[in-house]
Structures are given as structure tokens and as C-alpha cells.
Write a protein that binds this ligand. Structure first.
Ligand code: ADP
Ligand code: MG
Length: 693
């Protein structure tokens, strides 16, 4: 139940003064549906309006003057501006309005009236004597000059809802914010000199200086910590509740030893470590929730297979789920033979299974004849029943919704979860993305891989690249050509990808196109033709499946490489370099390349370690989401900046752990204040936001 004291913040934005049916949807889009969302929207900057006189005015500054209206110069034609000449005793100031402003200006501001005006000061044509303001931000009666703020926060704006209007709403939301009991640890607050919650909000929305709105300023750090703590607390609660659920005890068994001995290679140290962590969890009697992280090609599937063999040794079934049919099939092909050699029976189950064939598979899963099911969403459909499911392995876990993952896990009692991800997340951010999972990292590549030769090239060099592709394809190589898609619904980008495919098809044989708006079956069909070698050059938007293994593909071209996060580029590059051929990756960019973009691409050229790349990218990060974190399930923070506040993440995680250790039910006074915090951010243990397991 939400405490009453928070009600004023959980009202619809339309309850704010001046928010009518036209503005409400705009405000919802910029901030969110409720007053709390407006309150939690941080200003992006600040304008200072110093009060001055014409003779002291500074060009290009936003300044405020008190003037007398001296003359109107109406526009002669609609294309001409309306001008007002004003005088402040030290000089003249011309106020200018373009288009659509007419005689009402003369009625509102008659000759002789005293006005305070504010706006950006310009000197047209460089004439020192001519000072003007085009479209003043404010022009009010002299007595109301006090209403013009000296410091004005700037907010996100949109057509029809300017920053200044947003500011009014933010200040009203601030006025509604109650004093709340303190949930942060007093000793910590004192050490960091953090203000109280309400005080911090006031400093953010009504700052005394630029320093107050910087993410590094104490008010912002206070608010960021609140958000991180709310999130970490929810993750820790979720982890604790899962820990307290018993899971089937699975000791390491003879089958997996046998399977390991049969491998044509030795496990890497990182694989051995990860496997023993997984075994520790499965043998503990508690339910496992573990993430296995490792670059593409680092050997996660083998580790998963050995865990499956352990489960089978103990008489349990496992399910391995992948986001697409083609990935499921590849997993099946990898693990089926080794498992069969152990006398186990794996089965592939996808949307393609229909009718009698499907019924037979389901029957054999239900009576336990199949020990392992590999598949897609088909694995958790209602009529799929397992005899003794004890282990679910989810590849590319962020590609599944929470409910999908849960539906599979609910097919057994206390089913162990092993999630796998190839998205390199910097260590510092790991806690925010996977805070409710235990993490094993495979940070070592199997021996004998040759790094992919990576270089950057300007887009005008495409014809040369096409020439080289032609001879590579003639000698039997295959290639990827990646086009960026900002969002899967972006029509312009989609057209660009289609045009590129059509253009390449004019010059090269065997060109195929795959993109996110294709029906899954069609997508899989094109991918399959690529796997089978019928397609030589696959033009793809970023939907190109991260796990797909096409050893014969040795060239990767990425268009607009500067639009991708480094981690994403690294992942894409991981598609090649898996076979015997020398592999290369070309990063295309539109010249000129900014210095930061150059540095980012250099990192990629020099390093082949996903974690290192992600960490470096974080340091160089500009605006936006260059790490591609949103796609990997990164939480949408409002006040915390995962880069600027990264030092706070680990502190908040420790804090959350300690809080739960001392007060698991949150009943102490601080515990109760923390519940308030969770309500405030809607980050409660059961909320679906960013749930990894
Ligand atoms: P991931 O799932 O992490 O992308 P895979 O498990 O598909 O990686 O492994 C990629 C390739 O490396 C596979 O062909 C696999 O057989 C091989 N491999 C895995 N572990 C080792 C190892 N320790 N030594 C040599 N090759 C390995
Ligand atoms: Mg894989």
C-alpha cells in the first residue's frame, strides 16, 4: 500500500496548473504520466539573466533590461518583422518580432509604457550602437520585473511544450513534494555531505548556480544515490527470496566427467572456474540464479552442456532455450552428439514442430525419455510438460521477457537458472544490470584464435570494398554487411538497409537481406540459407543473431560504425573469425570522424577483449547510449547517471545487502523509510522492471 504522504506525487500530470488536454500528452512524453515523473526530471542546463543597462549590455548574453517603449515600427509586409524601439536612459534597444506578430504588440506595449524585457542580446551587422533582442523571452510590466528569474533552469522541451513551461510544472511538482523520513544512513550522508531529499530536489529545480545542477554536485549525488539504492534493494530482495527457495540437489556426476574427457580440447581456466561455480550452486540445495558471461566464442555452450550432463547424472531433465530457431538448432547440433554418446536423449523443440511429430516429442519429454530439450519459445508452451525439469539455461537472456523466462522455470520445482549473455558489461555497471544474479565470467578465449583484423574506412571507399568482397566471395568466403537501425520501427533506416542490399546485389552474387521487421520464419529462412552457404553476403540490421555460428564467414562490414556502441561493434565483429580463414572487419564511417569517434574505433582496433572494450567505452562515453546498454536490459534511471555516478553503484549495492542482513523485513524506522523510497521509485522486489532472472 502506498503511504498517503506520497499521494500528491502520484497524481496525474493533468492535475498540474496549466496542463490541459493539449499539454498533458506532451508532458507525459517528456516526463511521464504522474507528478512524480515531472519532479524527477532533471534540468539539462541553466540560463542566467543578469539585470543590466543598455550601455553595459554584453552581446550574446541573456540579459534583462528595464525600458520605456519609445516607438513602434509596424511591418509593411507580412514577411517583415515588427519592431519596437525602447530606451532605458543609457541607450536604445530594439525589440523584434518576426511573422504573426502585429498590432496587438502596440496595444499591449503602448508608447511610454515601462517594461522589463529579457532575452538574448545581439548587435546586428556589428554596429556597436544597435542593440537588439529578437523575440524577447519575457516582456512584462515594470512592477512585475521580479517574475523574471535571474537563474532559469532549462528542461527537455518539445514542440508545443517549451522549456519555460516545463519549468513552471517542475516548480509546482516541487511545491507538492513533502518532507519524507530519511532513508539514507546518517553517517554516510554526513561523510558525503549530502543534503536531505527535499532539499536536494529544491536545489536541482531552483539552483543557486550552475554547480547545483551538475551530476557531480551534492544534491544530484544525493538523488542519484536514492535511485540506485532503491534499485539495489529491490535486486537484493529478489536475490534473497530466490536463495530461500530450495532447489534440487545436483552433485557433480560421472556423466559430465565422461563428457569432459571426450572433448577434443581442454577447458580453459575460465571455463573450469565457471563450471565449478555452477556446480557449487547446483549442489547447494538452494535454487541457482547465475549468469554466465563471456564474449562470443568464449566457450559458454560447452560449460552449459557439462551442467546438463550433471543434471542428467542425477536423473533430472534440462531445457536450453535460445531466442531464435536458428540459434536453438545450432545449440542442438553442438550438444546433441556428445550427449548421445553418454547415452542421453536430447530433443529439439521449436515452433516448426507440428502435429504428430510434436506430440511424440512432448510425450517423450513428459515421461522422461528425453533428458534434454533444446529450443525456442516452444519450450514453455502450456501443453509442454516435463517429467523432472531441474535446470533451465537461457541463452541471450535479455532477449526474453520476464514472463517467458518464468514460464519455462515454472515447468518444474525450484528449477535452477543459468542465464548466458555475450554482451560485455563493464564491471562497474554489472551490479545495475545483473544485481540479482550471481555472475560467472569467462574472460579467457580458447587458445588458437587469430584476432580479426579491424580497420576503419570512410564511406566513399565502398566501391573498393565491394571489389574486395567480390574476389573473396569468388574464392568461397562469406560476409556480413551490417546496417544500423536506431529502432526496429525506423522506416528511414530500414529503407537504407534495403537500398544497400539492392545496390550490393547489382554488383555481387548471392546477396540476402535480413531485418527486424521480417516475420521470424522468414528471418530464419534467410539466416539458414546463409548458414548453408547459399547466401554469400548477408545484409542485416543489427538483428543479426549474436550467437549464430557461420565459421565460413570471414568478413564483417559495419556501416555507420560511429552510431553503434563499442560493445555492440565488438559483438558484431565476433560473428567472424571463427573458422580457418583470416578474418577482417571494416568499420565504415561518414567523414570527418570526430576525435572521440576516432578514439573509440581505435580501442576496437587494438583490443579483442569485450570487457576491456566496454570499460574503455564507458570512460570515453559521450551522450546517449553508446554502450547499447538499453538493449541489454539496462535500467532506465531518471536521476542516476551510470557513468557520472558509477562510484555510487557499488556503495548502494553494499548498503542494500547490509540493510537486508540486519532488517530483512524492513520493519525498523530506517526500514520503513526505505519502503517509502521503494514506493517512490516503484522499484519493489516484485516489479518487472529489469528483472534478469
Ligand atoms: P559461446 O557460446 O561462448 O559463443 P561456444 O561455446 O559456441 O562459445 O564456443 C565457440 C567454439 O569454441 C566452439 O566451436 C567450441 O567447440 C570451441 N571451444 C569451446 N571451448 C574450447 C576450448 N576450451 N578450447 C578450444 N576450443 C573450444
Ligand atoms: Mg553461444
Amino acid at each position: 500500500m502506498r503511504p498517503e504522504i506520497l499521494f500528491p506525487l502520484f497524481t496525474s500530470v493533468s492535475t498540474l496548473k496549466g496542463v490541459g488536454p493539449r499539454v498533458a500528452p506532451l508532458l507525459e512524453k517528456l516526463a511521464g504520466p504522474i507528478t512524480r515523473d515531472v519532479l524527477f526530471t532533471a534540468p539539462t542546463g541553466l540560463i542566467r539573466r543578469s539585470v543590466t543597462t543598455v550601455d553595459q549590455a554584453v552581446e550574446d548574453q541573456v540579459q534583462t533590461f528595464v525600458v520605456t517603449i519609445d516607438a513602434h515600427y509596424p511591418s509593411q509586409r507580412p514577411s517583415q518583422p515588427w519592431k519596437i524601439r525602447a530606451w532605458d536612459g543609457t541607450g536604445f534597444l530594439t525589440l523584434i518580432w518576426f511573422k504573426g506578430h502585429g498590432p496587438h504588440l502596440e496595444r499591449q506595449h503602448p508608447k511610454g509604457a515601462r517594461r522589463a524585457v529579457s532575452g538574448k542580446v545581439e548587435r546586428p551587422n556589428g554596429y556597436a550602437s544597435e542593440l537588439q533582442i529578437a523575440h524577447p523571452d519575457y516582456i512584462v510590466d515594470e512592477e512585475r520585473a521580479g517574475e523574471i528569474p535571474e537563474i532559469e533552469t532549462v528542461y527537455p522541451a518539445t514542440h508545443g511544450l517549451p522549456s519555460r513551461t516545463f519549468r513552471k510544472f517542475a516548480l509546482e511538482a516541487l511545491a507538492r513534494a513533502p518532507e519524507l523520513p530519511e532513508w539514507q544512513d546518517p553517517a554516510w550522508r554526513e561523510r558525503e555531505k549530502l543534503p536531505g531529499w527535499r532539499e536536494a530536489l529544491a536545489a536541482m529545480h531552483a539552483p543557486a548556480s550552475e554547480a547545483d545542477i551538475s551530476p557531480l554536485a551534492r544534491p544530484r549525488r544525493r538523488l542519484a544515490y536514492d535511485e540506485l539504492l532503491a534499485h539495489q534493494l529491490a535486486l537484493a530482495q529478489r536475490k534473497a527470496s530466490r536463495r530461500s527457495t530450495p532447489g534440487p540437489r545436483i552433485p557433480s556426476g560421472p556423466l559430465s566427467d565422461q563428457a569432459e574427457k571426450a572433448l577434443p580440447f581442454k577447458l580453459t581456466g575460465a571455463q573450469i572456474r565457471s563450471l565449478s561455480e555452477i556446480r557449487g550452486d547446483m549442489a547447494s540445495g538452494e535454487r541457482m540464479s547465475r549468469l554466465l558471461q563471456g564474449d562470443v566464442g568464449s566457450g559458454k555452450t560447452v560449460v552449459a552442456m557439462l551442467a546438463i550432463a550433471d543434471a542428467a547424472s542425477a536423473g533430472f531433465q534440462s531445457a536450453l532455450m535460445a531466442p531464435t530457431e536458428i540459434l536453438a538448432r545450432q545449440h542442438f547440433e553442438t550438444i546433441a552428439a556428445p550427449l548421445q554418446a553418454l547415452g542421453l536423449s536430447p530433443v529439439l523443440l521449436t515452433g516448426r514442430d507440428k502435429g504428430a511429430g510434436r506430440s511424440a516429442k512432448l510425450l517423450a519429454l513428459a515421461d522422461g525419455r528425453h533428458h534434454v530439450a533444446v529450443g525456442t519459445h516452444a519450450l514453455f508452451q502450456d501443453d509442454v510438460v516435463y517429467d523432472k525439469l531441474a535446470l533451465t539455461i537461457i541463452d541471450e537472456q535479455h532477449r526474453f521477457g520476464v514472463n517467458e523466462r518464468r514460464r519455462l522455470q515454472d515447468k518444474g520445482e525450484g528449477v535452477h537458472l543459468l542465464a548466458m549473455s555475450a554482451t560485455p558489461i563493464p564491471r562497474t555497471l554489472e551490479l545495475t544490470v545483473f544485481g540479482d544474479l550471481d555472475v560467472s565470467r569467462i574472460d579467457e578465449k580458447p587458445p588458437g584464435r587469430t584476432p580479426v583484423a579491424t580497420r576503419a574506412a570512410p564511406t566513399p571507399r565502398v566501391p573498393e570494398i565491394v571489389d574486395r568482397l567480390r574476389s573473396a566471395i569468388a574464392s568461397g568466403a562469406q560476409a556480413f554487411w551490417i546496417c544500423p537501425l536506431v529502432s526496429e520501427s525506423d522506416k528511414v533506416d530500414l529503407r537504407a538497409a534495403e537500398d544497400r542490399a539492392a545496390d550490393l546485389a547489382r554488383h555481387l552474387p548471392g546477396v540476402g537481406l535480413v531485418h527486424g521487421q521480417m516475420p521470424p520464419a522468414e528471418k530464419d529462412a534467410v539466416m539458414q540459407r546463409f548458414v548453408d552457404g547459399e547466401v554469400s553476403l548477408l545484409v542485416a540490421t543489427t538483428v543479426v543473431e549474436v550467437g549464430v555460428n557461420v565459421p565460413n564467414a570471414s568478413i564483417m562490414v559495419i556501416e555507420h560504425a560511429d552510431r553503434f556502441g563499442l560493445a555492440q561493434l565488438h559483438q558484431l565483429r565476433g560473428r567472424v573469425g571463427r573458422g580457418a580463414r583470416e578474418s577482417s572487419c571494416v568499420l565504415l564511417y561518414d567523414p570527418p570522424l570526430s576525435e572521440v569517434a576516432q578514439q573509440r574505433l581505435d580501442i576496437l582496433r587494438r583490443s579483442d577483449d569485450g570487457f576491456e572494450i566496454a570499460e574503455k567505452d564507458l570512460e570515453l562515453r559521450g551522450g546517449g547510449d553508446p554502450l547499447g546498454l538499453k538493449q541489454s536490459g539496462f535500467p532506465a534511471y531518471r536521476l542516476a547517471d551510470p557513468v557520472a555516478h558509477r562510484d555510487l553503484i557499488a556503495v548502494a549495492a553494499d548498503d542494500a545487502r547490509l540493510i537486508l542482513a540486519r532488517d530483512p523485513q524492513l520493519t525498523s524506522p530506517r526500514g520503513q523509510a526505505l519502503r517509502m523510497l521503494q514506493e517512490l521509485f516503484d522499484w519493489k522486489p516484485a516489479s518487472p522492471l529489469n528483472e534478469a532472472g
